[in-house]
Unconditional design. Sequence first.
Length: 296
Amino acid sequence: MTALPSVHGVLVVDKPAGLTSHDVVQRVRRRLGTREVGHAGTLDPMATGVLVVVVGEGTKLSTYLTAADKRYAAEVTFGRATDTLDADGTTTAEGPVPEDLEERLAAALSHERARTEQVPPVYSAIHQGGERAHAKARRGEEVILAPRTVRVLSLALDGYGAASHRAALTLHVSKGYYVRALARDLGTTLGVPSHLTALRREASGCFKVDAACPLTTADLASRLIPVRAAAALAIGEVQLTERGEADARAGRPVQPADLSAACEGPRAWVAPGGDLIAIGHLVEGVGRVLRGFRTR
């Protein structure tokens, strides 16, 4: 498959239920005629909402886009647990739901808001011993995953159905946070089997679902956000002088005087003519190139 020279950027897709994130990538590859396509943050097949797809030179932004906080609307059902922690899994436990569960949810959610570590689901794409954890789990092998550092910026109960035993939640969390694990841990705290029954990613960093396009969009290429614009939205940008541009293009250190702002973290470095030259940062007071670019 031959890449089209002009196909670069970031595509914000509203993923439908039933497709893996890789399925979405494959469809975008076919539609745009290039293999240079990836994504910045996996969504499970059951989930819908924002999947940030990177194309061409946009793939160089993947690390920074993946690191963004995420916002979700979720539904957790009590009374049944599954091996995958969601509605697609096989039942592993069932049990009665106490009448006072809604009252007890407040304390359980408060506990989750204070969480700083989370054990990922064994049915996940995390690599363990050279392969995905979910591959081992499906073979019936024991999978033990270490806790990961996470942050819960907000977590709210939007409603609870006493008849359905379903809790509607909205949450804002860091990279690496699994909402399926939240469903598991709420059940553990409350002593009631539970699983995730619905999940919609409403935002990934600055990219929101109301600006996302369906995969059925006739002209996907027209919905690409240019690489420079996407980089500026994700990490901000600084302007280079002409001398700074020459140094950055050559991969040489860039002096602070040749940057419009002194930022410690990664920023998009833009030439006087508007070209995105690199992502760079300051190290001991000197600008260093992290990634170079060939497009705007």
